[in-house]
Write a protein that binds this ligand. Structure first.
Ligand SMILES: [Zn+2]
Length: 321
């Protein structure tokens, strides 16, 4: 890519040559270390505190630094979300911002940035952060405009499935920062997918993955109740009266006690005659078709209507002589 920083060996050679010329100014290695600490991208004004304009110009001409846009310098492809947003001149948004604020999101390794129109259509600029997922919302063209619940959800609508949007919004409600009214107002300017997702939002799910299971089962036409109390336990989802679906909502078990408690709960419920199916985070996120098939098979066998310890009904055939 033209204008992109050269490999480190080239930069090192340049550093040696430059050290002789620059007296009190930091060495090229020191400058590059500053960029590394900043995620690869810095404002030119911040560098000017220690470097002369001539020196910065020389670093750019030598290929040690690139200039993605006016006032911004970079030494390597951005390594943090913040550096990506600075290089491109946009706001962190969508699942990146939602995750940073501590809410549930589907897994997504890209950095999602919302750009004003002129930067969204600038392909040369995008080349400086090729891994970023870019958004633009009509009518939001000021680069200084901060993200709102509405802009974040409207961007997420472009990246998430409907069930994932429901899980994100329920996660907002669990967090207590946003009320249902806040979310209703935010989705009003969104498209149909976002508004449909909002109509499926309920209170009470323990995790985003549990929300996904509920929404997906209902999409299959399966009637499911949530957070039902059975014996002394509260179960995640109940199909019919006897088929329990439990969901390990996190990609890992938060602690050993919880793991042990979940197994005790499953055994107690199974001993009482309930059918229990427990799905992990990975089951739901990556193997959902198999999980759904397994549940549909149980439903077809009426396991949701009959306890597992019910004795089979045998008919005695009386032979009449
Ligand atoms: Zn996105």
């Amino acid at each position: 890519m033209s204008g992109f920083p050269q490999p480190r060996s080239t930069r090192m050679r340049f550093a040696c040559r430059y050290a002789k010329l620059t007296g009190m100014q930091p060495s090229t290695d020191e400058i590059l270390a500053k960029f590394e600490a900043a995620g690869g991208v810095m404002q030119r004004a911040a560098l000017r505190r220690t470097c002369s304009a001539d020196r910065i110009q020389h670093l750019i001409e030598s290929g040690a630094l690139a200039q993605p846009r006016h006032g911004i310098l970079m030494a390597e492809e951005p390594t943090t979300p913040e550096a990506t947003a600075l290089a491109l001149g946009g706001n962190l948004t969508c699942v990146t911002l939602i995750k940073q604020r501590g809410y549930w999101t589907p897994r997504n390794s890209s950095t999602h940035v919302r750009l004003p129109k002129h930067r969204f259509h600038n392909a040369a600029l995008h080349a400086f952060a090729p891994a970023a997922k870019l958004h633009h919302l009509r009518g939001h063209d000021l680069s200084t405009e901060p993200e709102t619940l509405s802009t974040v959800l409207r961007c997420a609508e472009q990246c998430c499935e409907r069930d994932e949007l429901v899980a994100v919004m329920e996660s907002f409600l669990r967090g207590d920062t946003h009320s249902r009214t806040d979310i209703a107002t935010a989705v009003a300017s969104g498209r149909a997918k976002l508004r449909q997702a909002y109509r499926l939002v309920e209170f009470g799910a323990d995790s985003g993955v549990e929300t996904l299971v509920r929404v997906r089962l209902r999409e299959l036409g399966i009637k499911v109740r949530t957070q039902v109390k059975l014996l002394e336990w509260r179960v995640d989802l109940l199909i019919g009266e006897w088929l329990i679906v439990e969901v390990d909502g996190y990609s890992y078990h938060r602690d050993r006690d919880e793991f042990v408690r979940d197994r005790r709960k499953d055994r107690a419920l199974m001993n009482a005659g309930y059918h229990v199916r427990r799905f992990s985070y990975d089951d739901v996120m990556f193997e959902w078709a198999k999980c759904a098939k397994e549940l549909l098979k149980l439903i077809r066998a009426n396991k949701h209507l009959r306890p597992s310890n019910a004795k089979p009904v045998t008919r005695r055939v009386r032979r009449e002589n």
